[in-house]
Each structure stands twice: as structure tokens, then as C-alpha cells.
Design a protein around this ligand. Structure first.
Ligand SMILES: [Zn+2]
Length: 318
């Protein structure tokens, strides 16, 4: 009996291992997406996020907006980036000012992206490394074929590859309401938001797996988009469990990008910021099951919009 039982466990373990699909965990808006610029808040977020990633052996990459380093305490903010590298994580370029390619002439866009790597490149050079990945803000890749070719030519000339997104959980919708609750000391509300975020993630991750299956006929290595938020810093353990339960195994972005799905020519040219399942759908003429895509609750979407508007007004007034 005991032998049979052990054999069953072993077989189950082997099956789940064989089923594990790679997922690259990526964070945008590094050093932080937050309702506050307060340095101590961001130091805590960074420390907790990185220690959580290390504890779970998740090799993440952070995409930097260097505009967030500016100000009188720039050295301390640069130290947030150094912490990513010291923790063994990779860093990439997300433009200087989180600029929209759809709304910007390509020459101005390139200037912003070039400005966006100064600190990161120097920090990485000190370690014998260089930034190799660029993530488009809003996933906007160019409204004309010419703009797209001009920008992607610049990227290639500067040693960059485009970092796609093939899985996301709308984490940014929950991030500001969570900060608001944390900053007001409302622990019950923060926990309520965090739980609804985790519930939503558990529903939306399998949707991406099924959507990719329908479009590609198989499940590829995924690239998961998250943001450098306190919400994720406080949830990384549960997020890792959700990925594991769905048969996903964290790998580096470099490893995930070896999947041939990312070599499929991306035919999209236009104003939208499409995820890669939509781009694969366009290339392969296979529909995406959008109707089954779970949506975050309207209340959290409204709360995020309210806080985002207030934040924009504050920044504009400075
Ligand atoms: Zn972003």
C-alpha cells in the first residue's frame, strides 16, 4: 500500500512538473506605482517586494520610469533601483516619463526613451550588465508602419528588444485604492481590496491560458505584467501560489522569450495598446474569447478613476 501510495504521489508530482508552463514576472512603473511619492513608503514597498520575490525564487524584471527618481532625494530614489539589481533582478526601460507613442511624434518619443535609461544604464554597467528590454507604456507600439519601424530600429541599434505582455491581472486598478486604505490606516479596507485583487487574479490567469490555447493551439511561455505597487509587495506570496496552482513556473524574461510564439510577426499598427494574445489573434486569424474575460468589479474601477484623477490634479498643481 505504502509503495503504491508513494508511486501515486511521485506520478502526480511528475505530471504537474511536466505540465508547468514558464511565466516571466515583470513589473512596470519601477521604482513605484503609488498614490504617494513619500520616500519611506517606497522604500518599504521596494524592500518587501524584492524580499518576497527572492523568498519565492522569482527572477523578475522591473521596467523603469526615471522621471520618478527626480527631486531633492534623488540618491535615495536611485538606491531603490540599486536594490533591484542587488536582489538579482533585471531592469529594463519603460521610457523616462511614461509617454504615449500613440500621442507623440516618434522623434520626441525616442528622445524620451533615450533619456529614460541614463541612471539605469550606469547602474547596470557598474555590474557588467546593460538594459536589454523595453516595455512600451500603455503597450502602444506605433500608429503607422513608419513610426513603428523608426522606433524599433532605434531599439535594435541600442541593444533593446520589445518586452511583450501575454498575461495581466489589472493590478493597477486595485493599486491606488489599496494605497489609499493603507495611507489612511484602514487595515480592514486594505485587506478587503487585497482579497478582491487576489480573487480576480485567480479568475483571470486561467483565462489567459485558455485564450492562448484557442489562438495558438497550445499554451506558450507567458509574460505577466504587474506594477511595482505596495499591493503587490503585500501580495507576492499569494500571487506565487496562484501561479503555481495554475501550473505556471517563474522564469526570466529572457527564457520566456525563447518561446516561438514571440517570433510570430506582430502585424498590428494603430493607436491601441494591445496585449500579445490580440496580436497573435490578428496574425493567425483565430478569435480571442473576449466575452469570457473576467473584469474587475465596477466599484474598484470607479474608485481607481477617482484617485487617479485626484493624483493627476495634484501633480499638475505642483
Ligand atoms: Zn507603465
Amino acid at each position: 500500500m505504502r509503495v503504491a501510495f508513494t508511486a501515486t504521489i511521485l506520478a502526480a508530482a511528475l505530471t504537474s512538473q511536466a505540465r508547468a508552463e514558464p511565466v516571466a514576472v515583470t513589473f512596470d512603473d519601477v521604482p513605484y506605482l503609488s498614490l504617494t511619492t513619500a520616500l519611506d513608503y517606497q522604500q518599504t514597498t521596494t524592500r518587501e517586494l524584492l524580499s518576497g520575490l527572492r523568498r519565492r525564487h522569482i527572477p523578475a524584471i522591473g521596467f523603469v520610469n526615471e522621471i520618478k527618481l527626480e527631486g531633492p532625494d534623488k540618491p535615495q530614489r536611485v538606491a531603490l533601483l540599486s536594490a533591484w539589481l542587488a536582489a538579482g533582478m533585471d531592469l529594463g526601460n519603460h521610457s523616462y516619463s511614461h509617454i504615449s507613442l500613440t500621442g507623440t511624434p516618434v522623434a520626441a518619443y525616442i528622445a524620451d526613451v533615450a533619456k529614460g535609461e541614463r541612471v539605469t544604464r550606469a547602474l547596470m554597467a557598474a555590474r557588467g550588465e546593460a538594459p536589454r528590454w523595453f516595455r512600451h507604456p500603455y503597450l502602444e507600439t506605433g500608429t503607422t508602419a513608419e513610426a513603428r519601424a523608426a522606433f524599433e530600429g532605434w531599439l535594435a541599434d541600442h541593444g533593446y528588444r520589445v518586452a511583450p505582455v501575454s498575461m495581466e491581472n489589472s493590478d493597477w486598478v486595485f493599486a491606488l485604492p489599496y494605497d489609499d486604505a493603507v495611507l489612511h490606516g484602514d487595515r480592514a479596507e486594505a485587506e478587503r481590496i487585497r482579497q478582491s485583487y487576489l480573487d480576480f487574479t485567480a479568475r483571470v490567469v486561467p483565462w489567459y491560458q485558455e485564450a492562448a490555447q484557442e489562438v495558438l493551439g497550445r499554451r506558450p511561455a507567458f509574460v505577466l505584467l504587474l506594477h511595482a505597487s505596495r499591493l503587490n509587495a503585500d501580495s507576492i506570496g499569494e500571487l506565487a501560489k496562484i501561479l503555481k496552482a495554475d501550473g505556471l513556473k517563474p522564469v526570466t524574461l529572457h527564457q520566456a522569450m525563447k518561446d516561438p510564439a514571440y517570433a510570430i510577426p506582430d502585424p498590428y499598427v494603430g493607436p491601441d495598446g494591445d496585449e500579445w494574445v490580440a496580436r497573435w489573434s490578428l496574425a493567425l486569424h483565430k478569435p480571442v474569447p473576449w466575452k469570457a474575460l473576467p473584469e474587475p468589479a465596477p466599484e474598484i474601477v470607479a474608485e481607481d478613476a477617482r484617485l487617479d484623477e485626484a493624483l493627476t490634479k495634484t501633480v499638475a498643481g505642483q
